[in-house]
Design a protein around this ligand. Structure first.
Ligand code: SAH
Ligand code: SF4
Ligand code: F3S
Length: 449
C-alpha cells in the first residue's frame, strides 16, 4: 500500500490548535502520515476561525486555492473544520461544491470514519457532504489522543468547550455551542498520562475556564480551583497555565491559587475589552471598570509578580472619543504586560451587528494605532522592570533568531534568548538573568485584523 498523507492548516485560537492536533493524531492512527507539504497531501483539512471577518476571509482564500488543486487532482479530499464550518455549514458547501466534508468542532472525533465513508470520487457527484448540528447532548470524549509530534515537554489540554456568555460582539457561542465541561477524572487521567510521557507544562483550555465544572442544569460539581489543585498534585508537571478567563467569574478562590500553588505560572490573561462602562454594558460583559480594577488589585495582592495581559476591542458600535479615551486611561492604570487589540468586526448572529452607530473603518484604524503605540511603550517599561532580576526559564531549544543562544520561556510567559555554556534539553529549567536589551516578550503582540 502506498503511504497516504494528511495536511492540516490551522487558523484561530489554541482550542483550534488543540483540535488540529487531535485530528492529526486520529488520522495518523488511521494511516495518514502528517505532512508539512500541502502538495503531497491526500487529505487536506482547513481548521477555520470566524472570530473576525478577516479570519474568515483567510480561510475562504485558502479554500479558493484548494479548488484549483482539486481540479487537477480529483481524488484529493478537502475537509473544512472549525468555526467557519459550523457557522456556514450548508452555505459553505453551496459556495464551495468541491469541498468533501464540512465538520463542526464537535465532529472532529469522527473524522477518520467520515473520510473512510466517502465513496470513490467520481467527479462532481461523488462527493459526500457532512454537516451536523451542535448537539446539546455532546460530551467531550473521555480520552483524547496524545500527540506524537509537537513540543516534547508541553501540551494543551481541553477542559471545556463552548461558551454561555453571549458577549454581544462574539460568534463563539454560535460556533462552539453551549458550555460543556469535560469530566474532572478524564482531565486528570490525561495529564497523568502526559506527565508519564515526559510532559512538564500543561495549558488548560476553555473559552471561560472560570466557570469550569458545571453540568447542563448549572449544578457545580467541581470548581476550576479544584481542578488546578488536582493538576498541581501530579508528579512530573512543573508548570500550569490556563486560558481564557472571564473577569466576571474570577473568584477569590482562583486568585488564592496564585498564592498557594507554586506550579501555577504567574501570568494571567484577563480580557477587559473596553475601559468604558457604557461600552462594557453594550458588550454584555457583566462587569464594570471598577470591579475589573478591584480584581486586578486583589490578584496582585495574592501574587505581586503576576504578569497581566488582556484583549481590547476598539470601535465597538457607539464608541465615542470619550469612551475610547477611557480605554486609553485604563491602559495607564493597569499597565498590562501585553495586550492583543482588535478592530471591532460585525459577525453573523452577533447582536452588535444590528447596532447602527457603527464607527467608521478609518476611525477604528486611528484608534487601534494609538492604542497599540501606547501599549508598546508600557510593554517596554514593564520589560525594563525585570532588568537585574534572575528568572526561571523552561528551555524551548536553540534560539532561531540568535545563533549560539538558547531560547526559553519565563513563568510570566516571556520568551527570552540567553547564553549557556552547557548543552540544555528542551523542558528543563534554567536561570535567566534579565539584562538591558533582553528579548521582546511574545505576549506584547497585537493584531490589526
Ligand atoms: N473567550 C475569550 C475570547 C475569545 S475571542 C474571552 O472571552 O476572553 C478572543 C478575542 O477576540 C476577544 O477577547 C475579543 O477581544 C476579540 N473579539 C471577539 N469577537 C470580536 C469581534 N466581533 N470583533 C473584534 N474582536 C473580537
Ligand atoms: Fe465570546 Fe464572550 Fe464567550 Fe469570550 S466570553 S467566547 S468573548 S461570548
Ligand atoms: Fe476562532 Fe473559533 Fe477560536 S472563532 S478564536 S477558532 S473558538
Amino acid at each position: 500500500m502506498t503511504e497516504k498523507f494528511a495536511y492540516i492548516e490551522t487558523f484561530g485560537c489554541q482550542m483550534n490548535e488543540r483540535d488540529s492536533e487531535i485530528m492529526g493524531q486520529l488520522l495518523s492512527d488511521d494511516d495518514f502520515a502528517p505532512t508539512e507539504d500541502i502538495y503531497q497531501a491526500d487529505v487536506i483539512i482547513v481548521n477555520t476561525c470566524s472570530i473576525r471577518a478577516k479570519a474568515e476571509q483567510k480561510a475562504y482564500s485558502l479554500l479558493g486555492r484548494l479548488k484549483r488543486m482539486k481540479q487537477k487532482n480529483p481524488s484529493l479530499v478537502v475537509a473544512v473544520a472549525g468555526c467557519v464550518a459550523q457557522q456556514d455549514g450548508k452555505k459553505l458547501l453551496k459556495r464551495m461544491p468541491f469541498v468533501d466534508l464540512v465538520i463542526g468542532p464537535q465532529n472532529i472525533y469522527n473524522l477518520p470514519g467520515l473520510i473512510k465513508n466517502l465513496p470513490e470520487k467520481t467527479g462532481k457527484n461523488g462527493n459526500i457532504k457532512v454537516w451536523d448540528r451542535l448537539s446539546p447532548a455532546f460530551e467531550i470524549p473521555p480520552f483524547l489522543p496524545a500527540v506524537d509530534k509537537g513540543s516534547p515537554f508541553k501540551r494543551f489540554v481541553t477542559i471545556m468547550q463552548g461558551c454561555n456568555n453571549y458577549c454581544t460582539y462574539c460568534v463563539v457561542p454560535y460556533t462552539r455551542g453551549r458550555e460543556i465541561s469535560r469530566k474532572f477524572e478524564d482531565i486528570v487521567h490525561e495529564i497523568e498520562h502526559l506527565a508519564n510521557s515526559g510532559i512538564r507544562e500543561v495549558t488548560l483550555l476553555g473559552q471561560n475556564v472560570n466557570s469550569y465544572g458545571r453540568d447542563r442544569s448549572g449544578k457545580q460539581h467541581h470548581t476550576f480551583p479544584d481542578l488546578l489543585q488536582a493538576v498541581a498534585g501530579i508528579d512530573g508537571i512543573k508548570r500550569i497555565r490556563f486560558t481564557t478567563s472571564h473577569p466576571k467569574d474570577l473568584s477569590e478562590e482562583l486568585m488564592r491559587c496564585f498564592a498557594e500553588l507554586d506550579k501555577l505560572c504567574p501570568h494571567f490573561h484577563l480580557p477587559v475589552q473596553s475601559g468604558s462602562n457604557k461600552i462594557l454594558k453594550k458588550m454584555n460583559r457583566k462587569y464594570t471598570v471598577e470591579s475589573y480594577l478591584d480584581k486586578v488589585r486583589k490578584l496582585k495582592e495574592y501574587r505581586p509578580d503576576i504578569a497581566l495581559t488582556t484583549d481590547i476591542i476598539v470601535g465597538f458600535p457607539g464608541e465615542t472619543d470619550k469612551d475610547f479615551g477611557a480605554t486609553m486611561e485604563l491602559l495607564d492604570t493597569v499597565r498590562f504586560h501585553g495586550a492583543f487589540s482588535f478592530k471591532y468586526s460585525d459577525r453573523p448572529h452577533a447582536k452588535s451587528s444590528s447596532l447602527i452607530e457603527k464607527v467608521p473603518e478609518e476611525e477604528k484604524s486611528v484608534r487601534l494605532n494609538q492604542l497599540q503605540a501606547r501599549q508598546e511603550e508600557i510593554t517596554q517599561e514593564r520589560h525594563r522592570e525585570y532588568i537585574g532580576s534572575i528568572m526561571e526559564v523552561m528551555v524551548e531549544g536553540e534560539s532561531k533568531s540568535a545563533a549560539g543562544q538558547w531560547s526559553g520561556r519565563t513563568t510570566t510567559n516571556h520568551i527570552v534568548n540567553f547564553d549557556s555554556p552547557a548543552i540544555l534539553i528542551p523542558g528543563q529549567t534554567a536561570a535567566f538573568s534579565a539584562m538591558v536589551n533582553w528579548c521582546r516578550p511574545s505576549m506584547s503582540g497585537a493584531s490589526k485584523s
